[in-house]
Design a binder for this molecule. Structure first.
Ligand code: GAP
Length: 493
């Protein structure tokens, strides 16, 4: 049965994955909290992301930096002037909407990247009216999406909440390059918060005002963009692509990495498209038909990008939705910081014997969007069982297993179950549950995405064995308690 986006909202709140922040005061649009299960799922995603992307090269490292940054950072990066969204305001009431979203919703066509004048024209020509009061819209204006802050009690030092994590590695680059091995490519990754004053936050955590990004900035020699030392290993790998020229048919086309190079993309860029797709298919194990790389045209690209593909996942009801992107940012940011800060960003590259400002390839991911996608892809309203089933793979699920005594009012059974639980909990993510019937506990575990339920029953007292129930098949197996750890280790792979 196909579920709606609202089903996910209701489920996430009911089970303690995600719900509105400050809810006892009515909530604040675009701000969400993760509950006890959501937090575990989110951290699991972040750790899988770290292991995979930092593992791509020994010269990749993670930073932890301040969320508040100097105003000049954003003068240099171009965000003060260019990080803007078009605003459609009702001429009568207080209704506001992002103008390109208003058009996309009403006319079912992409309008990202159009100028305020073009958007105004489209709204007027198609006689779009305010959904709240039916009045017409004012001409489209623009809004800078950053949150400014005044810091300190006496002097007014202007600062901003960062709108992307990326700027932190850029301002840290020179210092880190000197501290590390002074070789390129150098990767600086950050998993952290970003803040945007979104005009119309919506769809749970898909468009928030405070969210988490996981981004890897790879600093490299621009003279080497057309090659990658491991490209030969991936040249025949097929990527799911929708290029600008495919938009008419709207069909995803399988293209080899080599075909994309022949199309005009550099090897260094295409190699990382491959690594991203492999992350989704081989690590997150998402169904291949749910994924595509979407090429952005010149109007849609972020202002700092030369090449820009979004990676998108097909969500129930909402369709293909951006989860992240591969951005070739050239020397846009480092050059900007050199100009404004007067710190030299140029480095001496021993390998080529030359001096230059490194270029940046950015692998950018929205953590909350990816977590939403995992919940959406994993969600199944199982009519037969009469409960929701959350299909999450072992490394992602909030709990890998649960231990139940068959009944809780038999002390010797309870003691045995506790003994089993104690022997597992140090090495494996698991919890202990005695509440309600075993059937109810299975249903609860299904909804939490628990992969295996271990039940200690009366026979266990005799044969020192337990049953393991598989979430997806409900099949049960009898296992000796002494073999339990190795069995679970095998199942968690
Ligand atoms: N550093 C590049 C950058 O920030 P972006 O496309 O603006 O690029 C990267 O953002 C990712 O962050 C997006 O692909 C998306 O997954 C996530 N993201 C962006 N805005 C968001 C929002 N308002 N709420 C939740 N996630 C968001």
């Amino acid at each position: 049965m196909v579920h709606s986006a609202q089903d996910i909202v209701v489920f996430c709140k009911k089970k303690g994955f995600i719900y509105p922040s400050s809810e006892i005061y009515g909530g604040v649009a675009g701000l969400y909290d993760y509950g006890h299960l959501g937090t575990r799922l989110k951290h699991n995603f972040e750790n899988i992301w770290r292991n995979y992307f930092l593992g791509l090269d020994d010269n990749y490292f993670e930073l932890e930096t301040s969320n508040i940054m100097h105003e000049k950072v954003f003068k240099a990066s171009g965000h003060l002037d260019n990080f803007i969204d078009p605003l459609a305001k009702c001429s009568k009431c207080d209704f506001v909407e992002r103008a390109d979203h208003l058009i996309e919703k009403n006319l079912a066509k992409r309008a990202e990247g159009l100028s305020p004048e073009e958007l105004t024209q489209l709204i007027t020509k198609n006689k779009l009216k305010c959904p709240q009061c039916g009045a017409s819209f004012k001409p489209v204006t623009i809004l800078n999406m950053m949150f400014p802050l005044n810091m300190g009690a006496t002097t007014v030092n202007k600062a901003y909440l960062r709108p992307e994590t990326a700027q932190s590695p850029y301002v840290n680059f020179k210092h880190q390059f000197e501290l590390l091995r002074k070789v390129l490519p150098l990767g600086l990754a950050l998993v952290g918060r970003a803040y945007r004053n979104e005009i119309s936050p919506r769809n749970l955590t898909l468009r928030q005002r405070e969210f988490t990004q996981a981004e890897l900035q790879i600093f490299f020699n621009p003279a080497e963009i057309s090659k990658h030392k491991h490209f030969n290993l991936v040249k025949d790998y097929k990527l799911k692509t929708l290029l600008v020229k495919d938009r008419e048919t709207n069909k995803i086309v399988d293209r080899t990495a080599q075909e994309l190079v022949d199309y005009g993309l550099p090897q260094f860029y295409v190699f990382h498209l491959v690594k991203i797709q492999q992350f989704y298919f081989e690590v997150l194990k998402i169904p291949t038909e749910k994924f595509r790389f979407y090429e952005l045209d010149d109007k849609e690209k972020a202002f700092y990008n030369k090449y820009h593909f979004d990676l998108e996942i097909n969500l129930s009801e909402l369709g293909f939705t951006e989860m992240g992107g591969l951005h070739y940012r050239t020397d846009h940011d480092l050059k900007g910081h050199q100009e404004i800060s007067k710190e030299k960003m140029e480095i001496f590259d021993e390998a080529s014997g030359s001096r230059f400002i490194p270029h940046v390839l950015e692998l950018s991911f929205g953590v909350d969007r990816n977590v939403y996608a995992l919940l959406d892809l994993g969600y199944e309203d199982n009519q037969e069982r009469g409960n929701i089933l959350l299909h999450l793979q072992p490394q992602l699920s909030p709990y890998f297993c649960a231990v139940f005594p068959l009944v809780k009012n038999k002390p010797e059974l309870l003691a045995k179950a506790e003994e089993v639980y104690d022997s597992l909990k140090k090495n494996c993510s698991c919890y202990f549950d005695t509440g309600g019937s075993v059937g109810r506990r299975y249903a609860r575990a299904d909804e939490m995405g628990v992969n295996y339920c271990i039940t200690v029953d009366f026979e266990s007292l005799e044969d020192n064995a337990v049953t393991i129930r598989d979430r997806d098949t409900t099949k049960q197996k009898r296992i000796k308690i002494t073999d339990l750890k190795s069995k679970l280790a095998e199942l968690s792979q």
